[in-house]
Design a protein around this ligand. Sequence first.
Ligand code: GDP
Ligand code: GDP
Length: 463
Amino acid sequence: MSFTLAIVGRPNVGKSTLFNRLVGKKLALVDDQPGVTRDLREGEARLADLRFTVIDTAGLEDATDDSLQGRMRRLTERAVEMADICLFMIDARAGVTPLDEMFAEILRKKSANVILAANKGEGAAADAGVIEAYNLGLGEPIRLSAEHGEGLNDLYTQLMPLADQFEAQAVRDTPEVDVDLDEDDDEDDESYTVPVPTSAKPLQVAVVGRPNAGKSTLINQILGEERLLTGPEAGITRDAISLRMEWGGVPMRIFDTAGMRKKAKVQEKLEKLSVSDGLRAVKFAEVVVVLLDAEIPFEQQDLRIADLAEREGRAVVIAVNKWDIEEEKQDKLRDLKESFARLLPQLRGAPLITVSAKTGRGLDRLQEAIMRAHDVWNRRVPTAALNRWLVGMLEQHPPPAPQGKRIKLRYMTQAKTRPPGFVVMCSHPDKMPESYKRYLVNGLRQDFDMPGSPIRLTLRSQN
Ligand code: GDP
Ligand code: GDP
């Protein structure tokens, strides 16, 4: 991903319509009601040969009090800070309004790269507005019709030189990492490289959990400032949204899958988009934090989400929230660990961290667990070490001999990472009992210190 573009402007000028057109999916919700799109929303955009991240923002409001509008405005200012380039959109039919002027002022101060777009530019009704736009002092406006797809060539022309600039920068920023996903024969390779997250590639984290588990509170606490809207307004966070930030000095992109909440009583179309956004966040994430409410842990919905994350091959960290109101902490923790082992055996080895999103207790440990799980997820065990280990495992507990024929395990290699996947060459792979596979997987996890990530083991026939 070469650069990030934020689309900003007052409500109803057509930001979401452009976002949809660039992303090509119905990700953003378009509505005639001002202010439907309240949160930052990210998508992967394509424009001809350009690929970039686009952020759709809430409307820039002029309220400065602590009302919802004021908070939305601060949210948008964050987007401006996060983005490399801002596309400032006005409604050419409405002409330049005092609000537009005020935000043009903010953008002149805050953003180095502003592209000005006069939208709803189709037809003569827009002529006057396009000319007025020159007066904003942000250069030549692009005459755009997001709805009809007009003016995108001009947008491309303005983006190109900026894109080149960020592209060159991104290449310089990318560290050398071992991302070899092929099966290979690296017998001599005793070392492995753990990919280092950099600003070019933030660590992708999804925070999932039941409604009211405290997801929004947690993310706000991490941010240490209000960048995500929480509050009594129903269904305020309607979709999975992602926020880029540094946590403990590590660049991260965190998905708040508020879409999995069921309490939002919004129209069906919003609801449907929301749920699929939650699932998409899990698919997109590298590490999934399953946030449980300590008062009602391991409910059906928690188990489903955790299982989904495991099946998708994501690194998983279990965080038990609201620990501040727990009185018998020792007993409670023992119960939690017991339930975890019983209800989610497929996640054996995943860390369980107690936190309070409200007070911030335990968040350092959570951050460490996320980093560690990510590290394991990317881990590559050298082939020579694996095979030495395999010999020991076979001696300690020889494989079974169904119908008198001993299954022979000959050779083992790590075929992939993210999550780690191992291949064992053996005779009669179809006869191998699940229990022996579990013995090997648990051994790998313990002996190579790999908590928090699924481990895949495949048997291949070789006589
Ligand atoms: P946002 O609040 O800035 O995200 O605005 P939306 O994308 O939700 O658009 C607000 C309204 O303007 C919707 O009814 C859109 O269909 C309409 N709209 C968006 N782009 C255009 C355009 O290029 N021309 C016209 N005529 N209407 C548009
Ligand atoms: P979400 O639906 O998962 O985003 O949950 P929210 O972040 O909106 O939190 C739901 C409720 O739980 C709110 O009333 C929060 O104040 C409360 N809450 C969240 N985290 C904690 C915590 O660590 N301790 C306590 N005591 N309450 C919390």
